[in-house]
Design a protein around this ligand. Sequence first.
Ligand code: MN
Length: 742
Amino acid sequence: MATLRQQIATNVLTVTRFRDLLRKVRAYRPDDDLAPIKKAYEFSLEHHKGQARESGEPYLVHPLQVATLLAEMRLDTTAITAGLLHDAVEDTSVTIDEINTEFGEQVAHIVEGVTKISKIDFASSEEAQAENVRKMVLAMMDDIRVVLIKLADRLHNMRTLKFLSPERQQKIARETLDIYAPIAHRLGMGKIRGELEDLAFQYVDPISYNQVKDAIESRRKEGEAFLAEVQGTIEQKLRENKIQARVEARIKRFYSIWQKLQRQRISVDQIYDMLALRIITQSESDCYAVLGIIHNQWRPVPGRIKDFIAIPRNNFYKSLHTTVISEKGHAFEVQIRTEEMHKMAEEGIAAHWKYKDGPVSARDEQRLAWLRQVVEWQRDIKNSGEFLATLKIDLYPEEVYTFTPKGKIVILPRDATPVDFAYTVHTEVGHTCIGAKVNGRIVALRYKLRSGDIIEILTQPGHHPSRDWLQFAKSQRARQKIKHWLNVHQRERAIEIGRKLIEKEARKYRIAMKTISDTELMRVSSENGLAKPDDLLAAIGYGKFSARSILARLVPPDEAHTVSGQNPPPEDGGSNGLTSVVRRVFGSDTSAIKVKDHDDLLVYRARCCNPIRGEEIEGYVTRGKGVAVHSRSCSNVVNLMFEPERRIAVEWGRDAATPNWQAGYPVKLAVYCDNRPGMLKQIATVISDANTNIRNIEAKTAEDQATVEIIADIADLKHLDRIVTGVRKIPGVRDVRRLQKL
Ligand code: MN
């Protein structure tokens, strides 16, 4: 319990700071209603009551400082309000819903974004992942104000880092250097970036920091004297030429000097490039006038004059640069720019961005230009509130950043699904994947992942990939692995069919397959240009060769006449032998489908999509297996139709002519719903009330979520629609989907 005296002290301190904040906001937004800011202050005061920072200061000082930094960036009321509340959800009992009720949707959305990012444990990410984490954080920040609040939050935390334990200092400083300073850099916020880096540098690498610091300190006096002299000379020349401009002389930042030393592999003793001069003018033409004055005074180094005003950098950076040599032989760089150019380089987007970060892709360039434009607009528009409200950042639109339950980052293409995720983890995980939990909730396999999602893949040994997955799998890797699996297994099935066909054929002539030697099989294989007997069997299975013609070549000459002597059954489709084998293997029940003008053809419903009456269908003449009938929406149709000559028109037969129609077709449905008592019964009731036979019903549950899979006999599309609509109406049912495969 805080004593009364402490409480009074707290109030005096925070009220003073709050008044400062209001004064700052009022200065640049004189007409705004500041009531939400006041309300947020009181709300925070109430909820952070009794909490203290490690420094001993009342906790409220932190949100107040963050809000003040935001006011210094001249942000809108919504951002300041959210800044005051940014730790309320993380550190107090307040919920996002409460923020929503009290302060509206926008503030709640921003606070939620900040809270989400605060929860990411960057420490678990390896250094190599830092770039990915940066990208991910940017992808997660769909409102630029989330970025700015997070940066302000980090800046204040870095300024007060000395109060924390050495372990926390290390962790936070490392994270600042790896994640936040580069984000500030990427957004061109040179000033914040510089401060973050220098603050972090002394904790992350105190030895190097002190080396640089000592080296600079030992030259500081000399350097500052030199700069003062040069500055005086320039100012005098400006007066003589009646040019209004201000001169900034400074010693460069420690961390940037150190990075330069690292890049150029020179030791601290050789630092001479620590001095910088900047002349900020009133107009563009004055920039050139100043350049002339400088070159008149000191000798320029050839090749070091750069005119980024005439030819701005791709990131719109504008300035004149020159390097000149002083009377004493010191080289120093001078940058000349207007007030506006200067502001852009300091606060706007990425002035030094390009040459320090190495080459960037054209796409990065576009984003950068876009973001810069945004900052530009924001500056032009006095009341940037409405503008910011509609602003959405999508810096990395083609990727999503997801996590394993252990916090490892998995980068996937946009719209990737749990299947993509599973294959990225491991091929076997992909193959045996039966479902997924995203952020603890069960989702459909075709669920589109979003940045920040934590994904747990549910597997079942013996489960196999489905061709349907190709409809929604997005990553190259997943698609390749699925296709590969399907190819291998289709081949296995073809070998099996081939073997059955030839055995059946052989039985007919009372030839025992075991009397056929491997040598014979091998001979016939190579006669057909195939490498091994399995290839031959597969070729029969695929219908490339008829079983009988191969058999005739396999059996010894003395038995051959037996084969040709008997009355041979007709080959291919329509043959009783073949048909029965095919029926057995493929499970055919297709009297309801008619092939136009060909009543005698063997027809079967393709297993990959199991079309039902009423659906649009396509027929495809297989090699020796009859006509496969697919749903027109089946992804395989597209692949199969590369050979248009094998297409054949099919239609649903009349109801009366189809004895099996009463029974309907087995259709598998997945119901995604809440896990509550009575749910299963209610689903079953709705289905059976629609005169439907349920063949199987299975429920998988995980905490409060459940997936119910039902196989029911469905007469036609209308019947299916009726059931799906009915089930969707049950309270707690989120989605119902038909699974193409049984
Ligand atoms: Mn904070």
